[in-house]
Design a protein around this ligand. Structure first.
Ligand SMILES: *Cc1c(COP(=O)(O)O)cnc(C)c1O
Length: 225
């Protein structure tokens, strides 16, 4: 783990940009070390792993769920999760709403958009999302609260492309804000930017960066695959 790099990243972040330290695959001890330097927001992408870490680490950690969420795993994180970044379909949002109600909570969520050229990344298209936001059944959801949008740029060294994709996400955010969330004070987050592209993301209007390997070191997936 690179505490100096962590401090540099924090020092360089504009005041309105929040850092979510992505601790997926990393042990609780690493999280605790960063927690002891003052970091409170951590991101994970596996529901059961997140549940386990939540149980063994301090209560005041803010847990962000950033991975693809399967409906049958919502129950593991619903009681405590701070923000789900990765809502990518109406049926997932409906199910989060249902489980949130069971837990007596309103769960903050971001709508994930497919902004990258790669085929494999999850997310709404703008058309799909607008269709959802206009549907009467969306308006019936009382236990989810939409706080903004999230997206991942293509993994490439081509800065122009990455910048264009982030710009696109920021424009989607502005458009949804104008047309559907004008009266909502909580619709204000644009979650974009990871280790290799967060600088560009901030320039293009990110309010939340999700940084893992720059802080915790490279991930080793050999045990989890
Ligand atoms: C793993 C992950 C990150 C962090 O990636 P790094 O390149 O390690 O900073 C950010 N966002 C999502 C959705 C991730 O899955």
């Amino acid at each position: 783990m690179d505490i100096n790099r962590y401090r540099e990243i924090c020092a360089a972040l504009p005041e309105n940009v929040k850092l979510v330290a992505v601790s997926k695959t990393k042990p609780a001890e690493d999280i605790e070390r960063l927690y002891n330097t003052g970091q409170r927001a951590f991101g994970e992408n596996k529901a059961q792993e997140l549940k386990g870490k939540h149980e063994s680490l301090p209560e005041d950690i803010e847990w962000h769920f950033i991975g693809h969420l399967q409906k049958n795993k919502i129950k593991y994180i619903a009681p405590f999760v701070t923000l789900i970044h990765s809502i990518d379909s109406f049926s997932l949002l409906e199910e989060v709403d249902r489980i949130a109600a069971k837990n007596g909570r309103v769960i903050p969520c971001l709508l994930q958009f497919h902004i990258a050229a790669e085929e494999t990344k999850f997310g709404f298209s703008l058309e799909e999302c607008i269709e959802m936001l206009e549907s009467p059944s969306f308006k019936l959801l009382n236990n989810v609260e939409i706080h903004g949008v999230m997206g991942m740029a293509t993994f490439t060294d081509d800065e122009t492309q990455v910048r264009r994709e982030f710009k696109n996400l920021r424009q989607i955010f502005e458009r949804l804000k104008e047309n559907f969330f004008k009266e909502s004070d909580c619709f204000k987050e644009v979650s974009m930017g990871m280790t290799h592209d967060y600088g560009i993301a901030i320039e293009e209007g990110s309010t939340m960066v999700r940084i893992g390997s720059a802080i915790f070191g490279e991930r080793n997936y050999s045990h989890s695959i």
